[in-house]
Design a protein around this ligand. Structure first.
Ligand code: DAH
Length: 337
């Protein structure tokens, strides 16, 4: 009996466990329903009564040893289990975390529509100089139109500022490229405005510019009409109201018929049936000149729209502050597809 216990103990100690299969074989041999240790427990009744207690303790020790060994290998194999490519790709199939910000959704859609019309996308810097943001855009230092755009200047150098409009992108592009030019530039702009449901100290615009020979106001109107229908649906109407911008002549403000109430009047359009999304016009010859383009030969149109405005109408968002607060309850509604 004693020898049997000792030899089983040796077997437990020496048993090589290097794979799941070995572990299972070990389990069957020492812990399964018909295991080797159970057999000697059955033999215990044949042991002389005065030795029974001692032998019983030895068998128990053997059983504990087998259990300990099994548990230690079982736990470590769970952690180090080799993963196959399939395991990882199954993880990759899990639906995407996070969501696309509504401002990005609208920017992407806008960009796609204009790409179909042959426009390219170009970026401009957010930290700008006076020339690109104002002076080249026919807005010299003493121009009253500067007052409309409460500007953040850099204290050490008043020539450097945070751009107040993406129109600065027009200047960069025209300085580098020759007509025909068809470009849009989306981006963030900054103005020193009090933060409210309808205004913020930073927001987003998208600028558009088309310069070629014989570009007319009719081309502008046609392009904007096409855009509005692609963005807000076939029945969408646009309205151009006379306005003033130093860099366009003539200039207009563009309204889109409210896609929420179909022009009948609601909170989003303040019961007017129309939502203003930005300005547009024919590029002023002075601007072309400032950028090295001959205004006798070329003409062009430009527009600049507020992305927050367009997004508010598209998704019925009533408070502009929601776009920058990062509240997941708001953002989660725009799930990645
Ligand atoms: N930059 C103007 C603004 O921020 C918007 C604008 C108006 C852009 C007319 C244009 C334009 O390109 O032609 O208010």
């Amino acid at each position: 009996m004693k020898e049997k216990i000792e030899s089983l103990l040796e077997e437990v100690e020496k048993f090589k466990i290097e794979s799941k299969e070995h572990l299972e074989a070990f389990r069957i041999r020492f812990l399964g329903s018909k295991n080797a240790i159970k057999d000697i427990f059955t033999d215990l009744k044949n042991v002389a009564p005065e030795l029974r207690k001692e032998v019983g303790l030895q068998i128990n020790a053997l059983k504990n040893k087998a259990e300990e060994k099994f548990n230690s290998f079982h736990n470590s194999s769970e952690n180090t289990e080799e993963k196959t490519i399939e395991d990882y790709s199954r993880t990759a199939e899990v639906k995407p975390l996070g969501s696309i910000h509504p401002i990005s959704l609208v920017t992407n859609e806008f960009t796609e529509i204009f790409k179909r019309l042959g426009f390219v996308v170009a970026d401009g810097p957010e930290i700008e100089d006076d020339w690109h943001n104002f002076t080249a855009l026919n807005t010299p230092a003493d121009h009253p139109a500067r007052d409309m755009q409460d500007t953040y200047f850099i204290q050490q150098n008043p020539d450097i500022l945070l751009r107040t409009q993406t129109s600065s992108g027009q200047v960069h592009y025209m300085e580098k490229k020759k007509p025909p030019i068809r470009v849009i530039s989306p981006g963030r702009v900054y103005r020193n405005e009090a933060i409210s449901a309808r205004a913020h100290c930073f927001f987003h615009q998208i600028e558009g510019l088309y310069v070629a020979e014989k570009v007319s106001f009719a081309d502008l109107k046609q392009t904007l009409q096409f855009f509005a229908r692609e963005m807000y649906g076939e029945k969408t109407q646009i309205r151009l109201r006379p306005s003033f911008f130093p860099f366009t002549e003539p200039s207009a403000e563009m309204d889109v018929s409210c896609s929420i109430c179909n022009g009948k009047g609601c909170n989003i359009c303040k019961h007017s049936g129309w939502v203003e999304i930005g300005g547009c016009g024919m590029v002023d010859p002075n601007v072309l000149n400032n950028c090295g383009i001959d205004p006798e030969k070329y003409s062009g149109f430009a527009f600049g729209f507020g992305i927050e405005r367009m997004t508010m109408m598209k998704y019925q968002v009533k408070d502009l502050r929601l776009f920058s607060e990062n509240d997941v309850r708001f953002l989660e509604q725009f799930k990645a597809v």
